[in-house]
Design a protein around this ligand. Structure first.
Ligand code: KG4
Ligand code: ZN
Length: 370
C-alpha cells in the first residue's frame, strides 16, 4: 500500500510517499525559513501562500523520484492539526481533493502523532510501550505511549515550549530564526556556567515544564550587556544546558514514574546534539534505551505524516473523526472504518489548529465528535 503524505502545518511543505511493503519511496521538503527569517518568526499569511505554490510541484517531484504514477497512490494522508489554520487548509484541501479524485481514503493525521511515530521509521525502531518526549516549536509534552493512539499525557508546559525558549533566547541574542540550531551552533563555541540561568521547575516533583522565566532571564542578561563574542557564546551554551538539563531530568522522572524502560524523543528539538548526548549517556546508568528519529526527520516533514497515515489505515482507525467519513460520503463521526472509504463523494474536510494528542482514538475505538 502506497500512502502519500502532505505536511503543511507551519513553515515547511513536506511531501513523501511511504509504501507499507518497501518503506519510504520518495520525499521532498521545502522550508520557508529564508522567507520568514527577516521577520524573526513565521508570518502565517506568507506561510499559507507559499504552501499553495509548493504542494503540487513537490507531489509531482516525489512521484517522479519514486517512479510511481499518481493513479498508483492507495491513500492520501495530510496534517489535519495542530498548526496554523491557513497553512493546514492548504495541505488538507489538496489532500482531500486528491483522495476524492483518485477514489482512495483521505486520512487526517495529527501532527504530533507524526512526530511521535517518526522514530519507528529508523533502523533501530522502538517497540511499544514507551515514554515519549515531544519537543517542538509549540509543544513540550511527556506522553505514556502504550500503542498507536493509546496516549496518556504525563506532563506539559505551563507556558512556553522548549523550542520556543530556544527561539526567543536566540532572538534576544540577535541570532536568526529558527533559534534552536542557531543557539546550538553558537553554544558549541562557549561554555555553560559563566552565566547562571534558572532550570525552571527542575525540582517541582512533577512532570510539568515552564520555560518563560528562562526566556526572560536571557533577555535580562543580554540587556545587562555582553562584553564580547565569547560572552555571547557562553550565554548560548548556558541556554542550551539549562533547557537540556530540564528535559533530561523530567524524561528520566517520567520513566521512573511509569516503570517504562524506553524513551522516544521527537519533534524539532530532538535534533539537538547536546540533548542526544546527555540522554545517550543516561542509557547505561539508568538502564534505559533512548530512541530518536533520524536527523532529517526531526523537523517537520511529509514522511512522518505518510507513515502515521499508513499505520492508522492498517490499524483500521481514523486519525481524525470526520474527514475520511466525509470523503466517503458517510456521516461524520459515526464510523471508524477508514479503509472502507470509497472516495465517491466529498462533503468537505476540516482542520484543527488546536488539537490535543490524547484526544486521538486508539485503533478499534470510535472517534468522538467534538
Ligand atoms: O517540530 P518542529 O520542526 O516544528 C514544530 O512542529 O513546531 O520544531 C521546530 C522547533 C523550533 O523551535 C526550533 O528552534 C527547534 O525545533 N529546533 C532545535 C534544533 N533544531 C530545531 N532546537 C534545538 N536544537 C536544534 N538543533
Ligand atoms: Zn512539528
Amino acid at each position: 500500500m502506497r500512502v502519500l503524505g502532505i505536511e503543511t502545518s507551519c513553515d515547511e511543505t513536506g511531501i513523501a510517499l511511504y509504501c507499507t511493503e518497501r518503506g519510504l519511496l520518495g520525499q521532498a521538503l521545502h522550508t520557508q525559513i529564508a522567507m520568514h527569517e527577516r521577520y524573526g518568526g513565521v508570518v502565517p499569511e506568507l506561510a499559507s501562500r507559499d504552501h499553495i505554490r509548493r504542494v503540487v510541484p513537490l507531489v509531482e517531484q516525489v512521484l517522479e523520484q519514486a517512479g510511481v504514477a499518481v493513479a498508483e497512490i492507495d491513500a492520501v494522508a495530510y496534517t489535519e492539526g495542530p498548526g496554523l489554520a491557513g497553512a493546514l487548509l492548504v495541505g488538507a484541501g489538496v489532500g482531500a481533493a486528491m483522495a476524492f479524485a483518485l477514489g482512495v481514503p483521505a486520512i487526517g493525521v495529527h501532527h504530533l502523532e507524526g512526530h511521535l511515530l517518526s522514530p519507528l521509521l529508523s533502523a533501530d525502531a522502538p517497540a511499544f510501550p514507551f515514554v515519549a518526549l515531544l519537543v517542538s516549536g509549540g509543544h513540550t509534552q511527556l506522553m505514556d505511549v502504550a500503542g498507536i493512539g493509546r496516549y496518556r499525557l504525563l506532563g506539559d508546559t505551563l507556558d512556553d515550549a522548549a523550542g520556543e525558549a530556544f527561539d526567543k533566547s536566540a532572538q534576544s541574542l540577535g541570532l536568526g530564526y529558527p533559534g534552536g540550531p542557531a543557539i546550538a551552533r553558537l553554544a558549541a563555541l562557549g561554555r555553560p556556567g559563566r552565566y547562571r540561568l534558572p532550570r525552571p521547575m527542575l525540582h517541582s516533583g512533577d512532570l510539568e515544564f515552564s520555560f518563560s522565566g528562562l526566556k526572560t532571564a536571557v533577555a535580562h542578561a543580554v540587556r545587562d550587556g555582553l562584553s564580547d563574542e565569547q560572552a555571547r557564546a557562553d550565554l548560548a551554551a548556558e541556554v542550551e544546558a539549562a533547557i537540556v538539563e530540564v528535559l533530561v531530568a523530567k524524561s528520566l522522572r517520567a520513566l521512573r514514574d511509569t516503570g517504562r524502560t524506553r524513551l522516544v524523543v521527537a519533534g524539532g528539538v530532538s535534533a539537538n546534539l547536546r540533548l542526544r548526548e546527555r540522554l545517550a549517556a543516561e542509557q547505561a546508568r539508568a538502564g534505559i534505551r533512548v530512541h530518536f528519529p533520524e536527523l532529517a526527520l526531526c523537523s517537520d516533514n511529509g514522511a512522518m505524516i505518510a507513515f502515521a497515515g499508513a499505520l492508522r489505515l492498517q490499524a483500521g482507525t481514523l486519525a481524525a473523526p470526520g474527514v475520511p467519513q466525509a470523503a466517503a460520503g458517510g456521516t461524520p463521526g459515526t464510523s471508524s472504518d477508514t479503509a472502507s472509504n470509497s472516495g465517491k463523494s466529498i462533503d468537505g474536510f476540516r482542520v484543527r489548529p488546536r488539537w490535543s494528542l490524547d484526544e486521538l482514538p486508539a485503533p478499534g475505538q470510535c472517534p468522538q465528535e467534538d
